[in-house]
Design a protein around this ligand. Structure first.
Ligand code: P6P
Length: 335
């Protein structure tokens, strides 16, 4: 019975003292994300019934068609986070610039910033494939009392204080870390409560799933091409299984549970990878490392990359440590 499990609310209170600077604000922030996730879940689950699927007719800063639900999810998270005296700034995939959020007393007293991909994989909504929200939380580094600055958002991923995702799938789950392991909570929609269903989630060190869009094969670096052929060879526990559904959160979540590697490499037409460093790769890299996995750009640790732009992209190799290490071996051998 779900009530036999600890609720997310109880978990946050119990773990409160593990948070650095535990003044309760980070707990309030995690709670606000929990609330926003429930509201988005409600909208995603009825997307087929109301005129809310499909394109909005607008283009985001990435030059990608915005889905109506992308924008709705963005607005839900911004509104939920803005009026709770927690954050001093929000950056979103759906906004060109970061959004300064002043405290209600107009004295810029809030200490946290959030970077978010409100609805990753949203092009899958029309075909009823799981999608997700990804979030990344830092403490501001600019002086409290002043407006938030771009430097607050351009911190390397190793400075994150918390990160996670909400996956809107066959069930809705919130999976997050504050630097003390990864825990997964499943929503009981009947009562709107998240229950601890996946304590201490860990990537198996090995796996047999590789996730990559092989349609881009001709554009891949040689090291990736060689790694794909390695995955397909009949040797040891190979050939592996190819699983790629075009929804990063879902591919990541499955691979963390079953063991696997997700790769979105540099490809010639993009000049770099497709995925964004700040609100896709950094939060998932934090989770991956906390779950015993690895996240790199094929050569270097994602969390050590010093960002220079809000929406910058990076190649992304993430998952079971032995699989990522093997892929990096090929990247090094076939530079
Ligand atoms: P492609 C969705 O747009 C996304 O950012 C990830 O969720 C997904 O893994 C990837 O892009 C899919 O990209 O080029 O393979 O369609």
């Amino acid at each position: 019975m779900s009530q036999d499990h600890q609720t997310l609310g109880e978990f946050i209170i119990e773990k409160q003292n593990e948070f650095k600077y535990s003044t309760g604000e980070l707990s309030k922030l995690i709670n606000a994300i929990r609330l926003a996730g429930k509201i988005v879940n409600h909208e995603v689950n009825k997307a087929g019934l109301i005129d809310i699927i499909g394109g909005s007719g607008t283009i985001n800063v990435q030059g990608e068609k915005q889905q109506k639900l992308d924008i709705l999810a963005h607005e839900i998270f911004v509104h939920t986070l803005s009026n709770r005296e927690i954050v001093c700034g929000i950056a979103s995939e759906e906004e060109d610039h970061f959004l300064p959020i002043n405290s209600l007393d107009n004295k810029n007293q809030n200490k946290y910033i959030v970077l978010i991909d409100p609805l990753d994989g949203s092009s899958n909504i029309d075909v009823n494939v799981s999608v997700g929200t990804i979030f990344s939380i830092y403490r501001r580094i600019s002086p409290i009392g002043k407006p938030v600055t771009m430097d607050d958002f351009l911190q390397p991923g190793n400075k994150q204080v918390a990160a996670g995702y909400i996956i809107y799938g066959t069930s809705t789950m919130m999976v997050y870390t504050t630097g003390h392991g990864v825990n997964g909570f499943t929503l009981n929609p009947a009562i709107g409560t998240y229950y601890l269903s996946h304590p201490n989630m860990e990537f198996p060190p090995d796996g047999n799933i590789y996730s990559i869009n092989e349609g881009n094969y001709t554009h891949f670096p040689n090291g990736v091409k060689k790694y794909i052929k390695y995955c397909q060879m009949e040797e040891g526990n190979r050939p592996y299984t190819s699983r790629y559904i075009g929804s990063l959160v879902t591919d990541f979540h499955r691979n963390m549970i079953k063991g696997g590697i997700y790769i979105y490499p540099k490809h010639n037409q993009l000049g770099t990878g497709k995925l964004r460093l700040l609100y896709e790769c950094n939060p998932l890299a934090f989770l991956a490392e906390q779950a015993g996995g690895i996240a790199s750009n094929g050569f270097n640790r994602i969390l050590d990359i010093q960002p220079t732009e809000l929406h910058q992209r990076t190649p992304f190799f993430c998952g079971s440590k032995n699989m990522v290490a093997k892929a990096e071996e090929f990247m090094g051998a076939y530079k």
